[in-house]
Design a protein around this ligand. Structure first.
Ligand code: NAD
Length: 359
């Protein structure tokens, strides 16, 4: 079956790194992968062309695709748009909402060659490989009632932290299955000593556990998890948590690697359709200068092949190609270190393609 892939370059460095992903997809096609690649506009680029960060045409193409690859959206050029619904990030949020992308996979992985890029001691992080599974469409970010109102003569702000059993079970299953494919350890992060919603969260995780007897389930309060992430991060394999805790912990975990330009991410829905994108933003400070690290984007292609297209061998081939380029001492400016050769976006793309061809 021909897989349909939609490439959404977006804004800032998005088009530069998406161009490298497009070359990689072409190399995969040449190596026998049956895919059809289309492109469309999203974010600020779509606003400029159509007055809408998520035009109907883009959404239709996204719905019809097996997987979506997104560069990044946003930038100072669009920060002055008064109508919040027209801001570039609404393109991203609209895609998540319309496609029901509830399961966010945020790997924090450190290639051993880059251990010195972390702010932690190399021995604490070398070979780090954590997968944070974050619930993305529920929890306190979406709960009602919410608002700011006048009560007893002063303003009061309030939000609602809510999860249904079915929402917890759905993300729990993604996490258990992920743990089965990896190191078979799952740590569920909650605040069950204070919040009823996370008492339910913990109960549902416990209820699911017997269905995955090969996975060792543990629980951790979120404050301890934050501490453990910086104290001994390699103790974690798969971490599952709600939307807000996941937002914070996944960014902290990403920074453990010291190289945001290296990290891909995925957001999946119930039918396995996914959107894949680097963890970083549109980096307007370096856009158009051939300085962006394209590796997070190229590793997003690998993640897409693995999780939405079932093409594990091709995914491994890309990851091995990235490893070999790092072994060769090639670095973009964001991961540069002494004794290594600093190269630009295009040259990094060339190097990965050459290594891919040799795998
Ligand atoms: P950012 O991730 O874009 O940049 C943070 C720093 O990291 C910058 O110094 C940047 O140059 C550097 N950086 C990021 N990616 C890099 C790469 N691939 N190679 C080399 N260096 C890289 O975050 P920010 O500055 O907070 O946000 C910039 C814009 O991106 C904002 O408009 C923000 O809203 C948007 N944003 C978009 C997404 C997304 O599309 N998913 C995510 C976060 C931020």
């Amino acid at each position: 079956m021909t897989h349909k892939v939609l490439l959404l370059p977006g804004d800032g460095i998005g088009p530069e790194i998406a161009a490298q992903a497009a070359r990689l997809l072409k190399a995969c096609q040449d190596a026998g992968l049956d895919i059809e690649v289309e492109e469309a506009l999203v974010g600020g680029a779509a606003y400029d062309a159509h007055g809408d960060p998520l035009p109907a045409e883009t959404l239709d193409k996204a719905k019809a695709a097996s997987a979506i690859l997104l560069g990044a959206v946003g930038g100072p050029k669009w920060d002055k748009i008064e109508d919040l619904a027209k801001r570039p990030e609404k393109g991203l949020l609209g895609l998540r909402k319309n496609l029901g992308l509830f399961g966010n996979l945020r790997p924090a992985m450190l290639y051993p060659q880059l251990a010195s890029a972390s702010s932690l001691k190399p021995e604490l992080v070398a070979g780090l490989d954590i997968m944070i599974v974050r619930e993305l469409t529920g929890g306190i970010y979406f709960g009602h009632p919410r608002g700011i109102e006048e009560r007893n003569g002063e303003r009061v702000g309030f939000n609602t932290y809510v999860y249904s059993e079915s929402e917890i079970e759905r993300i729990g299953r993604v996490a258990f299955e992920m743990a089965q494919k990896r190191g078979k350890k799952l740590c569920s992060v909650d605040k069950a000593n204070v919040l009823e919603v996370t008492i339910l969260w913990r109960e549902v995780m416990e209820r699911l556990a017997p269905e995955y007897p090969d996975v060792e389930l543990s629980h951790m309060y979120v404050d301890n998890a934050a501490m453990q992430l910086v104290r001994a991060p390699k103790q974690f394999d798969v971490v599952v948590t709600g939307n807000m805790f996941g937002d914070i912990l996944s960014d902290a975990a990403a920074m453990l690697t010291g190289s945001i330009g290296m990290l891909p991410s995925a957001s999946l829905n119930e039918s396995g359709q996914g959107m894949y994108e680097p963890c970083h933003g549109s980096a307007p400070d370096i856009a158009g200068q051939n300085m962006a690290n394209p590796l997070a984007m190229m590793l997003s292609v690998a993640m897409m092949l693995r999780y939405s297209l079932g093409e594990n061998a091709m995914a491994e081939r890309i990851e091995a190609a990235v490893g070999s380029v790092l072994d060769d001492g090639l670095r973009t400016a964001d991961i540069a270190s002494e004794g290594m050769q600093t190269i630009g976006t295009d040259a990094m793309g060339d190097a990965v393609l050459a290594a891919f061809a040799k795998q």
